[in-house]
Write a protein that binds this ligand. Structure first.
Ligand SMILES: Nc1nc2c(ncn2[C@@H]2O[C@H](COP(=O)(O)OP(=O)(O)OP(=O)(O)O)[C@@H](O)[C@H]2O)c(=O)[nH]1
Ligand SMILES: [Mg+2]
Length: 350
């Protein structure tokens, strides 16, 4: 619920109230009918303008809830999309989001059409078989067009990557949950000033800069953060941005250890799982246990001990205050040397 609030705020909403229910999903409203009425009452009482659901809504459920409450209803996926749309600055990010959106529409098209046929979807009224075909076809055509554009953009990125490879420097990829402090650490390692903020999903595209690990030059990449239960269409859309990680020599995983232990664990597990999905779990990894300035010493020791299984080669740091950065660099170097002795012998020996 806290995370959902953070997401809503990142999308520009003010959260005026929240309501929870634990039960089997109801086909009609996702929540039970009684709860749905309770939500509608709360909406009226608070003067809310939108309802945001933490779990996925079927189009018919969103429709029923909107009808009952009189306001628009979206789910977590649509919320994340809204944030991405707001933040996307590069052409590739914009294309990736457009693709995710269209794939989502296509996946829901069948149900939307069914709703339309029942005459229940405003704007869709009286959609005949012929028009349904046109609707599908239109989405498919747009998807194809965007995929083509994306291939072009990606070819350029592929060229850049090969170029970096030829330079012969080890490649380090930052990874971690959104808002864990990746960009702050990136800035500290590279003396850059990419944007950072207390809001989630500040970074959506990659930046690569040189850094020096005790005299050894490496290229560090900052990229989009992970999040739990990211819908598959968004994972697919951002896969190529994340995929870059596979081509790195070291993953620098950033974990925010200022949060409660269960939260740290949930997020760390999500990161490891995402890294596995990308196919990068065999790469050497160093974990930066970040934001130690916000924890007491005893608390930190306890956390480090109980997170051993989800934080490979941990180094406690504060990216914001530059605490323990040299130790982190030392550990990065040690892991790089261990795995790349033969390949990187010459650059590392310099
Ligand atoms: N107290 C404290 N705050 C930190 C530290 N490192 C980062 N932060 C703060 O955490 C917030 C998120 O930092 P970012 O560097 O933007 O995080 P990110 O992982 O790049 O986030 P996204 O790009 O949004 O996925 C910012 O408000 C930072 O100032 C730290 O060591 N200590
Ligand atoms: Mg960032």
């Amino acid at each position: 619920m806290e995370e959902l609030k953070g997401l809503a705020e990142a999308a520009g909403y003010t959260v005026v109230g929240s309501i929870e229910q634990v039960r089997r999903p109801d086909p009609r409203y996702q929540v039970g009918p009684g709860k749905a009425r309770e939500i509608a009452d709360l909406v009226r009482k608070l003067g809310a303008e939108k309802i945001i659901f933490g779990n996925e809504l079927k189009p018919v459920q969103a429709y029923n809830l909107a009808k009952l409450s009189g306001v628009e209803v979206i789910d977590r996926f649509q919320l994340i999309l809204e944030i991405f749309v707001k933040r996307a600055s590069t052409k590739e990010a914009k294309l990736q989001i457009a693709l995710a959106r269209l794939n989502y529409e296509l996946a829901q098209a069948k149900e939307r059409v069914r709703l339309a046929k029942m005459g229940e979807q405003p704007g869709f009224l009286g959609l005949g078989k012929y028009q349904v075909d046109i609707y599908y076809e239109m989405i498919r055509r747009r998807i194809k067009h965007i995929q083509k554009e994306l291939r072009r953009v990606r070819r350029t990125r592929e060229l850049h990557r090969r170029h970096r490879r030829r330079l012969g420097f080890p490649l380090v990829s930052l990874a971690g949950y959104t808002n864990s402090g990746k960009s702050t650490l990136f800035n500290s390692l590279t003396r850059e000033s990419v944007p950072t903020s207390s809001s989630v999903f500040t970074t959506l595209s990659t930046t690569v800069r040189m850094s020096s690990l005790q005299g050894v030059k490496v290229l560090v990449t900052d990229t989009v953060g992970f999040i739990d239960r990211l819908p598959i269409t968004l994972i697919e859309a951002f896969h190529s941005t994340l995929e870059e990680m596979v081509y790195s020599d070291l993953i620098l995983l950033v974990v925010d250890v200022s949060e409660p232990l269960e939260e740290i664990r949930r997020k760390a597990e999500c990161c490891l799982e995402t890294i596995r999905q990308i196919g990068a779990s065999k790469l050497p990894m160093v974990t930066a246990l970040n934001k130690i300035d916000l924890t007491s010493e005893g608390e930190l020791d306890e956390k480090i001990a109980s997170l051993k299984d989800v934080t490979p080669n941990p180094v406690p740091i504060s990216a914001l205050y530059g605490i323990n950065i040299e130790t982190l660099k030392g550990e990065m170097l040690r892991q790089l040397e261990g795995s790349l002795e033969t390949v990187w012998m010459s650059p590392l020996a310099k």
